[in-house]
Design a protein around this ligand. Sequence first.
Ligand SMILES: [Fe+2]
Ligand SMILES: [Fe+2]
Length: 172
Amino acid sequence: MLREADRALSVRLMRVNHSGEVAAQALYQGQALTSHDAAVSAAMRHAAAEESDHLAWCEQRLRELNGRTSVLNPLWYAGSFAIGALAGAFGRGTGLGFVAETERQVESHLRSHIERLGTADKRSRAILEQMTHDEMQHGARAASLGGKELPVPVSVAMRLTSRLMTRGSYWL
Ligand SMILES: [Fe+2]
Ligand SMILES: [Fe+2]
């Protein structure tokens, strides 16, 4: 049984992670739509399927914790879908580079959440550890398929966007 303070923190963190998975789905679906490269589209669909597992795990954990998902999710979905579609339209190198960078940022974000969770909430922790493992593989696959390093301003913009999402879904 979790103490109330631990439960409340877990709800907030898992709500942010749930939103992240909503955004990941949108990013992959958007990119699968505009990418004309069969290998890229297949990789996107494979990753999107795993992201939908992540989404389900976070949602179920939120339910167990008596928490709710973020009311801002439609906003994150729409924005990420547009960004994904745009990245796909730029061609293979940029599209895959964008995925690799996204997964890298998600991975480091998940690690920080695992640290903040502490040791009380073992179930949430196990979920985040499995997700970290999967995200690392998504990133590595995108890089090995030919993802290019992104220009610095782009990766900075991505970091700012994810900070907005992290803050928003933490409270709302
Ligand atoms: Fe994920
Ligand atoms: Fe991923």
